[in-house]
Design a protein around this ligand. Structure first.
Ligand SMILES: [Zn+2]
Length: 443
């Protein structure tokens, strides 16, 4: 593959504790104003009807289906914004830019609600602010990179100083620039940003399965990343939570939920990090899960299995996108197309994919990742020499280590068409058990 350069903005957010009465006052004001602004924008939303024609294929015939959709139009004209600003200014004891910060945050909350609403993921109810915070604006901040101090204007002539000079992360953000901070009651979240230029030398296509992440890359061949630990967390905590619930212990239930979330988050973090260590200069091609809803009926079963599965795919994809370059591709037909001749198989049974037309055979779990890979390279017109010489020998086994940086790797196995070797399986689960009893290293 010809090497390509890619630039990526890397953001690392760190938290600095603060304790200041003025901050709590500011947050109280900010939260109230934010909710009020959201109410004002909400009451000025104009609901429009749209009649999109959706084309569906039924037995080879294209059928147009009309649908009525109510679409919210968010007021955004200058006049409306000016009125909004003027009315907020009469109740603002702080610098004027704080009003602009409130308005901008309100708009971003409403527009993200709108996006979710149009996807059918949010109800037609006004968003409510549940957490106390104040999102700053860059115009309210002066950053002294020498002394590592952020000076935030509260009122003209009145400032708040936040320092990261003695923080543990100081070396991790040396030379990075500071973005807009978020102020909370007892801490400030500071995002540090840097543009990274990377040389891309490899492509890896990933198929998301319930118990594993199955990959294909021309440099390493087939890869299987074990995700059973994620499942075991879910199963263990589902049991614990059910018990707490049956005993009516709400606090206990919440404690378990928190722990479950933290463990999951920790694992996903390590998974993403270790994948980038394994493939340091790669673009990761993932299935576009948003497009899942549009894939054909015949594929629904497989996709439903994915969506209903316990594996938090979206979080994994998001975390990976923070640490590496990713590209997304529609998963349509990737689990039933013959990579050799392009024939689309109607029925899917058994572990092994068999092409009726050319006789091509491959383990079904590997098929999708290979197809995702091919779809991507063909879409972007990679040269023919880049077509993989598929070797079906073996598969790289990867386990996520919970107490270190490097992933566990097993050498490619011979005869990959056979099911997993029990010996290897035991190895993985042993390791998971051992790690679970230890406290995971923080960072
Ligand atoms: Zn074929």
């Amino acid at each position: 593959m010809e090497n390509t350069l890619k630039t990526r903005e890397v953001v690392r957010t760190y938290s600095v504790p603060i304790n200041n009465e003025r901050i709590r006052e500011l947050i109280t004001w900010y939260s109230e104003m934010l909710q009020r602004t959201i109410e004002k924008i909400w009451s000025s939303i104009i609901w429009e009807y749209r009649f999109p024609e959706i084309v569906r294929k039924k037995k080879g015939i294209k059928v147009k289906i009309g649908r009525k959709i109510r679409v919210p139009k968010i007021p955004s004209d200058k006049n409306f914004k000016k009125k909004l600003r003027d009315s907020l200014l009469t109740q603002c004891p702080y610098a004027k830019h704080w009003v602009d910060a409130v308005i901008r945050t309100a708009y971003s909350i409403i527009s993200s609600w709108r996006k979710r609403y149009l996807k059918g993921k949010a109800r037609k109810t006004m968003p409510r602010i549940r957490r106390r915070f104040a999102r700053c604006k860059i115009t309210l901040m002066r950053v002294d990179y020498e002394r590592k101090i952020i000076r935030v204007t509260l009122r003209p002539g009145e400032y708040l100083e936040i320092s990261w000079a003695n923080r543990w992360f100081i070396n991790r953000v040396r030379g990075w620039s500071v973005g807009e901070i978020i102020i909370k009651d007892a801490r400030v979240l500071i995002p540090f940003k840097k543009n990274e230029v990377e040389i891309i030398e490899d492509l890896v296509a990933w198929d998301s399965n319930e118990l594993s992440l199955d990959g294909y890359s021309p440099s390493k061949g087939f890869i299987k990343v074990d995700l059973r630990y994620l499942q075991s967390i879910k199963i263990v905590y589902e049991g614990k939570k059910a018990k707490a619930q049956s005993l009516g212990k709400r606090e206990l239930y919440e404690k378990y939920s928190r722990r479950e979330r933290n463990k999951e988050k920790d694992f996903i973090n390590k998974l993403a990090k270790q994948i980038t260590i394994l493939f340091p200069k790669a673009i990761h091609i993932l299935e576009d899960l948003e497009k899942e809803d549009m894939v054909r009926k015949e594929e629904v079963e497989k996709n439903r299995r994915k969506r209903n599965s316990r594996t938090p795919w979206k979080q994994i994809h998001r975390k990976l996108s923070e640490k590496a370059f990713i590209a997304k591709i529609s998963p349509k037909n990737t689990s039933r197309t013959c990579p050799q001749c392009g024939y689309i198989v109607k029925t899917q049974v058994g572990r092994i994919f068999k092409c009726k037309r050319c006789g091509f055979e491959l383990d079904r779990q590997k098929l999708a990742s290979l197809n995702i890979y091919l779809k991507y390279t063909r879409m972007w017109g990679f040269p023919h020499s880049y077509e993989p010489e598929i070797s079906y020998e073996g598969e790289l086994w990867v386990g996520v280590t919970l107490n270190g940086w490097r992933p566990m790797i097993w050498a490619p196995m011979k005869g990959a068409l056979r099911p997993m070797k029990p010996r290897e399986e035991r190895l993985i689960s042993l390791d998971i058990n051992r790690n679970e009893t230890q406290t995971p290293l923080s960072r």
